[in-house]
Every structure is written in structure tokens, then in C-alpha cells.
Design a protein. Structure first.
Length: 365
């Protein structure tokens, strides 16, 4: 019995020893693997370049029609004829709307007859004055009646003319705001009319830039409706004084708009291009890690056994066409990671592979 128990205890000891030995071996192997450096990460890289950039002043503004009104009527009347379609292009002088003038035409006939009679009476009395048959006052009275009749005739003709509403300038009509047979009061809106070529962009710049702005200076305008496109124009006017409330200078630039793509009321981002050019250091925008505590990049450091990366704080400037200006922190020719930097850490070994896409690829189902 004792011999059997010794055998069991011996077997149990061997099993436990083997288990502890295996656990110790696994722990040693894991520690060995943990101490080994990770394999080099594949990254795309680009050198810091020096480029000649045209400096500019930025502002926001709004597009304004070169001419824009709401066509109205000066006299009251009932709409007898509508001669335009909403959204139509019209030339200056085009007849847009006719108000009923039948009553005015009838009154005009009577006024013409009254003036003709007044003219005949005046001529007759003027002949009688030459023969001393009547006094000068009789002739003056007849002349006054003729002048009054002439004035009434001109007034009635003016009213009739105002019942023919025409386009005061060439442009594009908006949506019609009246209906056939509707009675209009003086000042009633009929249809918007705007000239769209050229268009203006109104914007403001701080007063400190006054000496950098002049008439004829080039501006570049972009609008949300056409992302990535720039429309070129020139400063055509500026206010003579500074706004005391905002301490800014109000400016207007003129843009050619032959295809009428730009429309009044659009929000515009304006760049007033300055004449001198300056050399700046630039990188692809994908190289920058934007953080609340500061922007940074991973700079590739060559070594004897390979390359590694070092995070470095940088100061960035303006962005143009997916490239960003580096104001401070880098030198020309330094190599910087532009893709694959998401999981990098300081001192990590890297291998440059510029076939890595700058943006993640989206794989469909």
C-alpha cells in the first residue's frame, strides 16, 4: 500500500513539474517576443518643397446683380395683356405688360377736341387784336385756355404711356407676380428683373490692408455651388471711408458672367491677390496631424540599420490645392510621412512605399 502511494505521489510530482516547467518556458518565450522590436511599418513619404505662392487677402462676400429691380407700375389699372414668361431673357424696351387704357383713350379724344377748340379761339382772338376789335386781356385769356388744354393733353398721353410697362434694361426676368385681369395699384410689383453679366461681388477687408488694395486689382472668387472652381474678376470700386463700426473697407469687384452661372445672393469666398510672390515651404495636406494641442508630422530619420520616424510639432499656414504651407518646424528636403501614419509612434522603424494610397480605399460588397 505504501509503495503504491509513493508511485502515485511520484507521478503527480512529475505531472506538476512538467506543467510548471511548460508554463515557465512559455513565459520566457513571450518575454522574448515582447522584447523584440516590431517589424518596420510601410508608409508613403514626400519631401518638404519650396514653392512660389502668390499671397492674397481673404474675405467673404455676396454676389450682387449689376442691375436689379422689381418692375412696378406707376399708375393704377387692370392688367389687360401679359407679354412675358417667367425666367425669360428680355432686351431693354421690351413690352412686358399692358394695362387697360380704353377709358383713358376715350378721355384723350375729348381732351384733343378741347385743345383744338382752344387753339382756334386763340387764333381768332389774336386776329381780332390786330384790328383793335378786342383787348389784350381777351387774347391772354384765350392763350391760357390753350395752354391748359395742351397740359391736359400731355398729362393724359403720359398716363397712357405709363400703362405700357417695358423693361428698363436688358436682363433676366424672375417669377411673374401678377395675373391677367388683376387690378394693380401704383407701385405694385410685376416681376423681378436682373442683369447677370457682369455680376458684382461685395466684400470687406480690415482697414490695415488699405495700402495693399487698389482699383483694378485681381480677385479670385469661389462659391459653394461650384466647388473647386475659381472665378476671376477685378476690384472696380471701393468706399471712400472706413466703416466706423467694423473698422473695415467696403469693396466691390466685377466678374464676367457670360454663362450666367453666378447668381445674385450667392455666398462668396474672395481672395484679393497681392502683386508680389513669396517662397514658402509646403507639404501634402495628408502629412499633417491636426490636434488641439498643436499640429505635427512624422519626420523620417535615416539610420545605419534602416529608417525610423520622429514626431515633430509644426506651425502651418494657408492651404492651396491640397498642399499646406509650413511656417515653422521643418526644413526643405526633409522627408515626411504622408500616408500610413495612423498607428506610428516615436522611434518606430519604417519602410517607404509610395504606392500606399493617400486615402483609404472603399471596397464594395
Amino acid at each position: 500500500m505504501t509503495k503504491r502511494m509513493l508511485i502515485v505521489l511520484l507521478a503527480l510530482g512529475l505531472v506538476l513539474g512538467a506543467m510548471f516547467g511548460w508554463k515557465y518556458y512559455v513565459g520566457q518565450q513571450m518575454a522574448l517576443f515582447a522584447s523584440m522590436p516590431p517589424p518596420p511599418a510601410s508608409v508613403a513619404a514626400a519631401e518638404v518643397q519650396s514653392e512660389s505662392w502668390q499671397p492674397y487677402l481673404t474675405a467673404v462676400g455676396s454676389l450682387v446683380a449689376s442691375q436689379g429691380i422689381s418692375v412696378t407700375t406707376e399708375v393704377a389699372g387692370k392688367v389687360s395683356e401679359i407679354l412675358f414668361e417667367s425666367g425669360q431673357r428680355v432686351e431693354a424696351g421690351t413690352l412686358l405688360l399692358q394695362l387697360d387704357e380704353s377709358v383713358d383713350r376715350a378721355e384723350l379724344t375729348g381732351i384733343v377736341a378741347e385743345r383744338r377748340l382752344a387753339e382756334q379761339q386763340y387764333n381768332r382772338r389774336k386776329d381780332l387784336l390786330e384790328s383793335n376789335t378786342i383787348s389784350r386781356s381777351d387774347v391772354d385769356e384765350a392763350r391760357q385756355r390753350l395752354d391748359n388744354a395742351t397740359a391736359q393733353l400731355a398729362a393724359k398721353q403720359a398716363i397712357i404711356a405709363k400703362k405700357r410697362i417695358t423693361a428698363p434694361f436688358s436682363g433676366w426676368l424672375g417669377i411673374r407676380q401678377v395675373d391677367l385681369g388683376e387690378y394693380l395699384q401704383p407701385g405694385a410689383a410685376i416681376v423681378p428683373l436682373e442683369a447677370l453679366d457682369p455680376v458684382y461681388v461685395d466684400f470687406s477687408l480690415p482697414e490695415r490692408h488699405l495700402d495693399q488694395i487698389s482699383i483694378g486689382q485681381t480677385v479670385e472668387v469661389s462659391v459653394q455651388a461650384f466647388p473647386g472652381e475659381h472665378f476671376t474678376g477685378r476690384i472696380s470700386a471701393m468706399n471712400p471711408g472706413i466703416d466706423p463700426g467694423t473698422r473695415s473697407l467696403r469693396l466691390r469687384a466685377t466678374l464676367e458672367n457670360p454663362q450666367t452661372r453666378l447668381r445674385p445672393g450667392m455666398f462668396a469666398e474672395v481672395r484679393a491677390v497681392l502683386p508680389q510672390r513669396s517662397a514658402v515651404l509646403t507639404l501634402p495636406q495628408t502629412a499633417i496631424s491636426y490636434n488641439p494641442y498643436g499640429d505635427s508630422v512624422f519626420v523620417i530619420q535615416p539610420g545605419e540599420t534602416g529608417s525610423s520616424v520622429q514626431r515633430r510639432q509644426v506651425e502651418t499656414g494657408t492651404v492651396r490645392d491640397s498642399r499646406v504651407e509650413i511656417v515653422q518646424g521643418l526644413q526643405i528636403g526633409e522627408q515626411v510621412v504622408i500616408a500610413g501614419q495612423v498607428k506610428l509612434r516615436n522611434g518606430q522603424a519604417v519602410v517607404v512605399d509610395n504606392s500606399i494610397p493617400l486615402e483609404p480605399q472603399v471596397t464594395g460588397p
